[in-house]
Design a protein around this ligand. Structure first.
Ligand code: FAD
Length: 479
């Protein structure tokens, strides 16, 4: 089930989006919302999830002004939601303004680093047009004139001033950190505000002052960082927030949407599946029937809706069906977010290259081209797709025989294994190794004349041929 496979829980200070709550979380909300659209099978999403959690914990005090949310697009019940928001790659992080309309599709953030994301949120809030999220305090720098009038026009009992240069985010971060303290206002003052800088005798930027109604002030010595070091370590902000907050509490004051499909590519895919996919008879009937319909299409493009309708209709025909539901067997992970779909993609294409080789296909690159198209157009992990495309560009053209196609895919898969070994997406029970291991296929390994490891390609090829052969597929797997 999706809830089990998802990467977040409510205790992460992240709202779990669903069809039920999306209309109130992303639409017409008095808070702005940062939402992550991810797929629980996507390695980059898994690697990014600790950062997203850290960000959520980091800015949980900002909640009345900006909230955080996430949705697992791999879960069947969220598919339409992600489609409505035109999500084509994972993870996608978007900023939704307060009081967004149902048509709003959010502003994408490309950054993945916690500090950069926090700063992007501040930039988005600062440039937030009307209607402004009511709980968000002003973030722009203040002036001497404004400060002079402050206590005449505000009920807050304490005014904290953060002196800093224009590029620094500390002032705005502290402002948001303390937004829930009713009796304290934080404003940033730029180092170019000469009058105030001279008046308070400020020499360090950033530095932190409490300013009183009678014009007197106290510098808050931020422990360990007085004077602050030239670069601002993130903890300076925490110390500053805590110092101000603590100070005030002592005084008693006290969070796939492709609409059209390219006919020619779809025809190529479909032809290839109908020829090589070693499916059960019911599934093969469906694939063949779909294939003959597709080969008769003459328009350049086919709408996704028309294609889907055709698949659904074909599945109604007696003796033609797709399996119902999704149950992972060979690609089952030790936890619900491991392996599954990407493992299925690799396995499928290894099987297809082997089948093409066994049955004597005419074009050595037929299966690889199909995989390239599939990954390019439909594989939600966009970084994976980019890496794969780079590998394709580096050498797929040289594949001139069917056995070479089998070996080419095997060696590129090993390149990926090598690159992502040890990543958070790695299932501890299925470590990323240079595959097959010497235990699985002793004869595949050899030692070269200078003592290094080498592959014995003459043995690897038949090993792959038998490992991915149709006879090893269990057509009627029952638990
Ligand atoms: P998988 O790597 O999915 O392998 C499935 C099965 O194939 C293994 O259990 C094993 O039996 C067999 N196998 C393993 N190696 C080979 C091989 N060399 N040749 C033949 N069979 C083999 N994840 C990222 O984090 N970053 C990426 O950039 C990335 N790029 C990807 C690109 C593509 C095209 C695909 C399909 C997936 C990509 N992934 C990426 C996902 C990642 O490769 C794994 O699919 C995922 O982490 C699940 O791993 P797994 O343990 O189930 O084994």
């Amino acid at each position: 089930p999706a809830a089990e496979a998802g990467l977040y829980t409510a205790s992460d200070q992240i709202v779990l989006l669903s069809e039920e709550n999306v209309g109130s979380v992303l639409v017409n909300n008095s808070a702005a919302v940062v939402a992550e659209f991810y797929a629980s099978w996507c390695g980059h999403c898994i690697s990014f999830s600790p950062n997203y959690k850290k960000l959520a914990m980091d800015i949980k005090e900002w909640k009345p002004a900006v909230n955080m949310a996430a949705v697992d697009c791999a879960a069947e019940e969220n598919r339409n939601l992600c489609k409505d928001y035109k999500i084509t790659g994972y993870p996608t992080v978007k900023f939704f303004h307060a009081y967004s309309t149902p048509e709003s599709s959010g502003v994408p953030y490309r950054a993945r680093d916690v500090r950069v994301l926090r700063q992007l949120i501040i930039d988005s809030l600062e440039s937030h047009g009307e209607p402004w999220p009511p709980a968000c305090p002003p973030l722009e720098p203040t002036s001497e004139a404004e400060i002079d009038n402050f206590f005449k026009t505000n009920s807050a009992q304490h005014l904290a001033l953060i002196f800093e240069d224009a590029k620094s985010y500390v002032g705005r971060e502290v402002t948001l950190d303390l937004l829930q303290f009713e009796n304290i206002t934080v404003r940033r003052v730029l180092n170019t505000e000469d009058g105030l800088v001279a008046k308070l005798g400020v020499t360090d930027f950033p530095s932190c002052y409490l300013y009183y109604p009678d014009g007197s002030f106290t510098r808050l010595r931020v422990r360990h960082f007085t004077p602050p070091p030239p670069t601002t370590p993130p903890c300076w902000r925490a110390f500053c927030s805590i110092s101000i907050g603590h100070f005030c509490s002592m005084l008693g004051d006290g969070e796939t949407t492709l609409k059209v499909l390219h006919s020619e590519r779809l025809q190529a895919h479909s032809k290839m599946y109908a020829k090589y996919f070693p499916g059960r008879p019911m599934v093969m009937n469906l694939l063949r029937s779909l294939n003959s319909w597709l080969q008769n299409q003459t328009a350049d493009h086919i709408s996704y809706e028309a294609f889907k309708e055709r698949v659904d209709n074909t599945a109604q025909v007696p003796d033609a069906a797709l399996p119902e539901g999704v149950r992972w067997v060979g690609c089952q992970g030790s936890q619900p977010h491991f392996r599954r779909y990407p493992c299925g993609v690799w396995t499928l294409f290894h099987v297809l290259t082997v089948q093409a080789n066994n049955t004597g296909g005419s074009d050595p690159q037929e299966v690889l081209k199909s995989m390239r198209n599939y990954v390019h157009n439909f594989f939600g992990c966009r970084y994976c797709a980019e890496h794969f495309e780079n590998m394709v560009k580096e050498g797929m053209e040289g594949v001139t025989t069917l056995p070479y196609a089998v070996l080419w895919l095997w060696s590129r898969h090993n390149q990926v294994n090598n690159r992502i070994a040890g990543a958070l997406s790695e299932d501890p029970l299925f470590p990323k190794i240079q595959w097959p291991s010497p235990e699985t296929c002793p004869s595949c390994h050899t030692v070269t004349h200078n003592g290094e490891h080498g592959w014995n390609y003459e043995q690897v090829l038949p090993f792959l041929g038998s490992y991915f052969s149709s006879s090893r597929i269990l057509p009627d797997y029952l638990e």
